[in-house]
Design a protein around this ligand. Structure first.
Ligand code: NI
Length: 395
């Protein structure tokens, strides 16, 4: 049976699953109803080795014979957003919404599994399905799943997709190498000495020092990082002071750093610290600097990308395989899997054709074209088949 025919057979079922999941959005590590729904569906569809409560609320399952060689991962969490789409299947959970399309990810991965089960007798190896909690909330669910030993050593390739409303439904977006940035955070505390606003010479003013620091920190990007390497430093929060005529003695600055290159990423704390140190010295202010490592960059493997492209050409046609030119500076914890297993993370076009007013990720009116669910399932299934055949032929 052709994958394409199998997809048509499960089309109605997949759309129902999507709508069911869309109505029960849950926040990071609280995906209990979602996990229960996934588990029940896997049981109904006769998947094997179904395990729940992995790394919190995660669920895994397999199909096929032997140890899994390919893994497909979906994230499960939703966002604290009140849905405003007015869809008949809108969120039933007040203040929560699948506004990043993780409901579509779960549906596409389930769909891929259902299709691959039709091919089970021809499959030369097993496939693992990973439903992971808490992608939206660093440190995230991926690390918890990995700590729970879900990645067996035989795994050769891991796949994941993310909905992309700016690509039309029927297409996918593919990029070799880095596709998403590392997302690190930092906190700087400035410790000066407060006093009267009219007598600055008796104080160590952290607002003046901090204001200069916000500017100076940008020179890390403009003067210390290779201009051909993408990097962002943003100070998103600066808290100090209480009253117009009081010089503040304490300040706190919080920010984020985004990089694509792992080596550059490693060098960032030292470069930033150098600037903080210089500024604080010149103003006679003390400081502490905490750097929190977030998700690593998402780096796609060339071989996996090639297999995906070929599989997509077969299923949706070359004209629907869109090259993603530049990586996003957003972050994603699929990177933790990719640090251990080569694989590919790609975009699933979910934009309704001819729609001009497209709402971005995390918007209360975020919507997808449900036909894209079938495309996602089909491309994941074909890519998985092709990896299994490749591994089996030893090429
Ligand atoms: Ni997302």
């Amino acid at each position: 049976m052709q994958i394409n025919d199998s997809i048509k057979d499960i089309s109605v079922k997949l759309k129902r699953i999507y709508r069911d999941l869309h109505q029960i959005p849950e926040l990071a590590f609280e995906e209990h109803r979602t996990a229960e729904y996934i588990k029940r569906t896997l049981e109904e569809e006769n998947f094997s080795n179904i395990h729940s409560e992995i790394g919190g609320t995660g669920v895994t399952a397999t199909i096929g014979k032997g140890e899994p060689i390919v893994a497909i991962r979906a994230d499960m969490d939703a966002l604290p957003i009140e849905e405003e789409t007015n869809l008949p299947y809108s969120s039933k959970h007040i203040g929560m919404m699948h506004a990043c399309g993780h409901d579509a990810h779960m549906t596409a991965v389930l769909g891929a599994g259902m299709v691959l089960k039709h091919e089970i007798n021809e499959l030369p190896g097993a496939i693992k399905f990973i439903f992971q909690p808490a992608e939206e909330t660093p440190p995230g669910g991926a690390q918890e799943m990995i700590k729970a030993n879900i990645l067996n050593k035989e795994l050769k390739t891991i796949l994941a997709l993310h909905t992309e409303p700016h690509l039309p439904s029927g297409t996918i977006g593919v990029k070799d190498g880095a596709i998403m940035a590392a997302a690190d955070m930092f906190t700087i505390k400035l410790i000066g000495s407060g006093g009267h606003g009219a007598m600055p010479h008796q104080t160590r003013d952290v607002i003046v020092a901090g204001s200069y620091l916000v500017q100076a920190i940008q020179t890390v990007i403009s003067r210390m990082v290779n201009p051909l390497q993408p990097a962002v430093v943003t100070v998103g929060s600066f808290n100090a002071g209480t009253k117009a005529n009081i010089i503040a003695g304490k300040a706190e600055l919080k920010g984020t750093v985004r990089t694509l290159d792992p080596k550059l990423r490693e060098s960032m704390p030292k470069l930033i610290d150098q600037v903080i140190n210089g500024v604080c010295n010149s103003y006679g202010v003390q400081y502490t600097f905490n750097y929190d490592w977030g998700y690593p960059p998402v780096i796609n493997d060339s071989t996996a990308v090639k297999t995906l492209r070929e599989a997509a050409k077969k299923t949706i046609g070359i004209e629907n395989v869109i090259n993603v030119d530049s990586p996003s500076m957003g972050g994603e914890d699929f990177s933790y899997y990719l640090e251990r297993i080569p694989g590919v993370y790609f975009y699933l076009g979910v934009g309704k054709r001819n729609q001009t007013d497209i709402k971005p990720w995390h918007h209360p009116c975020y919507q997808i074209d449900e036909e894209a669910l079938l495309v996602g399932a089909e491309v994941l299934a074909q890519t998985t088949m092709d990896v299994l055949r490749r591994e089996n032929s030893g090429s």
